[in-house]
Design a protein around this ligand. Sequence first.
Ligand code: NAD
Length: 461
Amino acid sequence: MQEIEKSPAWTNLSPGDLSFSFPECAAGDVESALARASVVAASWARTSLAERIDRLREAQRAIAAAKEALASWIALETGKPITEAQGEVGAVIAKFELTIEDADSHLAERTGLGGPHPSLVRQAPRGPAVVIGPFNFPLHLGHGANIAHLLAGNPVIYKPSPLAAHVAAKYGRIMEAAFPGGVFQLVQGGGAEGSALCLDPRIRAICFTGSVPVGRELARKLVGDFSKDLALELGGSNALIVCADADLDEAARAAAEGACLTAGQRCNATSRVIVERSVATSFEKKFIEALAVFDPGDPLLAATKLGPVISAVAVARYEKLLGEMAGDWLQQGRTEPIVAGKRGYWVRPAVILRDGDGAEDMECFVPIVSYFIADDLDHAVRLQSATPFGLTASVFTRSEETFRRLGAELEVGNLYANLPTTFSPSTLPFGGWRNSGNGHPGGRGFIRYTTREQAVQWKGF
Ligand code: NAD
């Protein structure tokens, strides 16, 4: 058996109060999780859909009962403001209904398709699945894939972000208790554990949500292994386009919200604002005013709109970007090492009027907005397309015709008119085009990637 590298133990600090340190975390046992998942795979696959739904409903009730506690842990461990954290847990609870609804239709056998013999098409479970989660939605994003796989009859090993290990452990204990042993398992760890889990031949499906470089590395290592389905939910560099006819106040509020929710650490965050030249000066003023609402605060307080970023590494990346980005700063950024008497990882929103098209291929993932002035709408589309990402884009215009025209040219998986780039309800699919994903949209309908389709024909009975 190949020796599995193990991540060293680690300690998380609360990003909004660095004097609060969580108990030390140790990486989980990858081999034992893989072995248990393979042992239970056949029996879980045989369990009826009704029984799987019952197990899920039990988990749903337990999560609903722990809603407030889970939200507080998200806020404490990741720095996400408590109102956003409550929204995340609410989405986790709502996801059960949506996924059960999707499973009912997706998992149903199809008959009556014609051909010389009786036949049917069925959706067979794939086998053990690994779900890898990011830190910024430590429960919601892994959860969607977890429950879709469980409903399809696949045992799940969930490896959350090490940066959210404690809140993930609380979720994991609830989920583990609702299913027969080994059907849902949480394994703590970092890249070493994630990689070992994904590459193991016993794993038949992977849902990875995280950064482009890690997703790309995973895809490279799995080239030629057709036994696994790989779903990649990756990063973005999302643009909000302000047309000359837009409601500038609405657009300014949406751009500020898109840039600052979760302190800019959302895959669908607004990191590029593209404004038609004729309204660029008036919009700039309104945008800077709208950003003033996002004042750094304690993530555990309901009034806080801007929490800290996740880590010292994120603060260092913010400082590096402030030093390196070329252009004129319309709003200077700065770190706030102490807020309300607590040491933490706060950074203030910053806006830079960019030279050129800012065609960088990295996410900034902090609240820094690149501001571009477009000569016309064709130029706006070119600026939006200058990065290799294709997750979300929003067009602010009063003209449906303009929206439709631009919409046809914007290569993104999630397109909005007059809404923030972060507006992603669970009722819809959510996935990226271009380098933001590999064509396996998460969100609504992820169940499609949890099964293998089998065409069955028979004769003689
Ligand atoms: P990350 O890529 O650093 O880590 C994500 C997860 O991958 C973590 O659990 C990490 O431990 C694990 N990992 C690291 N190396 C690995 C490897 N070699 N093999 C397998 N797993 C490995 O991302 P992050 O900083 O936790 O999260 C932020 C990123 O996630 C951003 O890029 C953001 O855009 C992206 N994201 C995308 C979506 C989406 O739906 N498209 C949603 C949320 C976040």
